[in-house]
Design a protein around this ligand. Structure first.
Ligand code: ANZ
Ligand code: ZN
Length: 815
């Protein structure tokens, strides 16, 4: 009988699906030992499942099944992150409602996930676009609003004139919209903003308690960008105005030879009349508008700028008059939007000063004995520590001491800055959660009363974005015009919607209690299941989803709605699966691999196994079209071996008279140990190769294999290839589900090798090797060694002068 994977896989999938997948439904608090294994839920795109999804989802399924067998109550849920632009754009093109698009795509995704045998608790399924779900997304927004953590403000944003919406910084590449390639504009728009900066310090600090890849922690640290420095004021000549700068190097103030403000800095409008070179300044500002922040601060770029002629400032330390420049390498949104430039000690300032011939004055000397330094021309900026020079009374002081003195002397203020910005939270698009507020002429912003949630997303005739600071919802007058909940006067609903990140900020909590009508999640359930013990997903979410979700979670923690400080205790990043050409898979390159085809051709188990065998889970790895064939063959051999054993058992051939050799028994125990340890460490590729080595050995002893021994191999394989394993299990006379079986145990004593390789030297030269008992005595070793042909050859029958013996390692015969 051949390995008929099609029949086997569809048979078990049908059985598993019974009673709404009851087999994988977990009860809350059913056991003390719990484990929450979470996948990053997919955006259900029209393209269906990607082999990258299969990679992460197989890894989490293996963990879930493994820990289930280890006696854990293991929660493994799945859902849909279904708001967002792609569904909406498709709906616009095809003139169908985005909900219909999502429904269809979800159906297809579900079929695919089921076809792969993933053991989800489907009774907990969530969909972020379901009103019963987004009711609670809106409810969390209201909590943020109540806490003053959501506010409206006029902020600079990246605006795509073609997609007619605000874009995140990450969605702008080389000044262009990532989606359509249109040049983005910087606009000032009134937006809803979430005060994530209020949590900057805790988001940074609490990274220490997480078992996450260092790389991701580092990315979050850099994104939050904590920086200790000071604010110092530079008076503007002939005016009461002061330019406030933020600096981390107050010690270098004596060497500040000019000031630079951002193109959007208010100084330009306030003192506009005094600027002599108005048209050059205006032209420069116009150009800067088209650049993204990333572009502006790129290190490699030559610095551009324009002097504000007619305006000068006073260095508060030297009291000297210095020029004021405008340049886009200074960002309005960081610090104070203005800097003191110290070309001698900052690389960017140095390049700028060279370009525009501004004086460079060194004030920190690397070597206190180098008396010429203060007067010498510099070839590059010196950014290290040293002693003060050219700095009046500070001369000779170490610069780190001068720093505090300077701040005191010029009345500066110590300040901690973060690169992190508040989160721009509104979108001018249709397919998102309506922001649950009402605007009343008399009362201002009024939250929608909680009992009126959800604010349903109404049907519109036209999803086309309006191009204004409002979404297509603004066109539905009946929906927009409402009575103010406070004064009953005429009022309007907010028409902006939430960004696609909102729903994914808290979905892991809804899984705990997905049907709850009265609360986001029951507190006792939350307390039992949280935190997520294992979270698997791509590294591309390092600073977006993973930071936003931590922020919301901390707010919910402060309000007492969740019991843990952090949502995701352990994070594992799956590596990118590249196309066969070693490039990123993409439709335009035509190198996309379709999982459906592979499941049809080789079966789900082969695909699962191949993806886990490709290499370490975290590594990027190219698809090898032939690779899956090898894994399919491996499964076929296991199947055949199982069938052989079954046949033999029937004939009672495998009896006591023919037992498995000791070495094979040992290998079985060693393999159980290795697969156990590797699985716990996410080393699935080496776990699989250990099973392959075991199979090679067991095939040699087909007729001596007992049922019990093949059962152990079946259990080991189960988390990786569940269909085949369950089938074998049944064929071998077992009636249970492997999900409910326990993980095989091994005998530690049998995993320890009791033989070692003894090296044999003659006069210090390696001449031979032999396997011996680990604890062989010197006497026995000597006797054995002297009898060996090769040894006799090299000793030429002479009596050894001395024999050196290193127990368990080597014998050296000295003649
Ligand atoms: C003078 C100085 C001298 C600086 C020196 C550095 C070296 P981090 O560590 O990233 O916080 N800076 C301040 N605000 C800026 C803005 N809005 N756009 C661009 N650059 C800005 O860096 C702080 C330093 O970056 C500040 O310290 C300032 O330059 C610059 F030898 O002030 B420094
Ligand atoms: Zn009102």
């Amino acid at each position: 009988m051949a390995y008929n994977f099609k029949k086997i896989e569809s048979k078990w999938q049908k059985i598993w699906a019974k009673d709404d997948f009851k087999i994988w439904h977990v009860e809350d608090r059913a056991r003390e030992k719990k484990l929450y294994v979470l996948d990053m839920f997919p955006y259900p795109s029209g393209d269906g499942l990607h082999v990258g999804h299969v990679e992460g989802y197989t890894a989490s399924d293996i963990m879930t099944r493994y820990y289930r067998m280890q006696g854990y109550n293991a929660l493994h849920p799945m859902g849909w992150d279904a708001f967002g632009l792609p569904a909406e754009n498709y709906a616009i093109k095809m003139k169908i409602h985005p909900r219909k698009v999502v429904e269809k795509n979800v159906k297809n995704f579900k079929r695919q996930l089921r076809s792969l045998g993933f053991s989800y608790d489907w009774q907990r399924e969530v969909n972020t676009t379901d009103p019963e779900y987004y009711k609670w997304t809106q409810w969390i927004f209201l909590q943020l609003l109540k806490q003053g953590l959501a506010y409206e403000a006029e902020v600079p944003v990246n605006w795509c004139p073609a997609d007619k919406t605000v874009l995140a910084n990450e969605e702008v590449i080389s000044d262009k919209c990532e989606r359509c390639g249109t040049l983005v504009e910087r606009r000032q728009l009134r937006q809803w903003v979430l005060k994530i900066t209020a949590y900057a310090e805790r988001l940074l600090e609490d990274l220490a308690m997480l078992d996450w890849p260092e790389k991701v922690k580092e990315m979050q640290k850099n994104w939050i960008g904590r920086s200790e420095g000071a604010e110092i004021e530079f008076p503007v000549s002939d005016s009461n105005l002061k330019i406030k700068v933020f600096t981390t190097r107050a010690d270098t103030l004596p060497g500040a030879t000019y000031v630079v403000v951002a193109p959007e800095h208010s100084l330009v409008t306030t003192l506009g009349a005094r600027i002599i070179n108005q048209s050059a300044v205006k032209e420069y500002i116009e150009k800067a508008k088209h650049k993204s922040e990333l572009e502006r601060i790129a290190e490699a770029k030559t610095k551009t700028g324009v002097e504000l002629k007619g305006i000068t400032a006073i260095n508060p330390y030297t009291k000297k008059e210095i020029p004021v420049w405008l340049s886009d390498y200074v960002l309005l949104s960081y610090g104070t939007g203005a800097i003191m430039a110290v070309p001698a000690h900052d690389e960017r300032d140095f390049a700028f000063a060279k370009e525009f011939k501004i004086p460079i004055v060194p004030v920190v000397s690397p070597d206190k004995n180098d008396s010429g330094f203060a007067a010498r021309e510099m070839e590059s900026a010196y950014i290290g520590d040293g002693v003060m020079v050219n700095s009046g009374e500070l001369d000779g002081l170490p610069n780190h001491i001068a720093k505090d003195r300077v701040i005191e002397m010029v009345n500066g203020k110590k300040k901690i800055n973060y690169k992190l910005r508040d989160w721009i939270f509104s979108r001018q698009r249709y397919w998102g959660e309506p922001i649950p507020v009402i605007k009343c002429e008399k009362c201002g912003v009024v939250p929608v009363p909680e009992q009126e949630l959800p604010v349903l997303l109404p049907k519109v005739k036209n999803y086309q974005p309006t191009g204004e600071a409002e979404s297509p919802l603004a066109a539905i007058k009946k929906w927009v015009n409402v009575k103010c909940p406070t004064c009953a006067g005429p009022a309007k609903r907010e028409t902006n919607t939430m960004p696609q990140w909102a729903g994914s900020c808290w979905y892991y909590l809804r899984y705990l209690d997905s049907q709850n009508k009265g609360a986001m999640a029951d507190k006792a359930k939350e307390k039992y299941w949280m935190p997520v013990d294992i979270y698997i997903g791509g590294v591309e979410h390092a600073v977006l989803h993973l930071l936003y979700a931590r922020f919301w979670h901390k707010v919910l923690f402060d309000l007492g709605f969740v019991s843990t400080k952090e949502p995701f205790q352990k994070l594992v990043n799956q590596g990118l699966i590249l196309g066969p050409d070693g490039q990123k898979m993409s439709k335009s390159r035509g190198n996309v691999i379709n999982p459906d085809l592979l499941v049809g051709q080789f079966g789900a188990d082969s695909l699962r196994l191949y993806e886990m065998f490709m290499g370490p889970l975290e590594d990027a790895k190219p698809w090898q079209p032939e690779g899956i064939v090898g894994l399919h063959r491996f499964l076929t051999r296991i199947y055949n071996l199982g069938m052989e054993v079954k046949k033999n058992t029937k004939k009672k051939k495998a009896d006591g008279s023919a037992v498995l050799p000791d070495s094979a028994v040992r290998l079985l125990h060693k393999t159980i140990k290795k697969v156990t340890e590797d699985t716990e460490q996410f080393r699935f590729n080496t776990a699989i190769s250990a099973m392959m080595i075991l199979l090679n050995e067991l095939e040699k002893h087909k007729n001596q294999l007992t049922n019990q021994q093949i059962n152990q191999l079946t259990k080991l394989l189960f988390p990786f290839a569940p269909h085949l394993s369950q089938e074998l299990w049944q064929q071998l006379g077992n009636e249970t589900f492997l999900d409910a079986e326990s993980w095989p145990a091994y005998d530690e004593a049998l995993t320890i090798d009791n033989e070692v390789e003894l090296l044999i030297q003659v006069n210090g030269k390696l001449r031979d090797k032999v396997m011996v008992a680990k604890d062989i005595s010197q006497e026995d070793a000597e006797k054995l060694v002297l009898e060996r042909e090769k040894v006799k050859e090299h000793t030429e029958g002479k009596k050894p002068k001395k024999v050196i013996f290193v127990p368990g390692r080597l014998v050296n015969i000295v003649i």
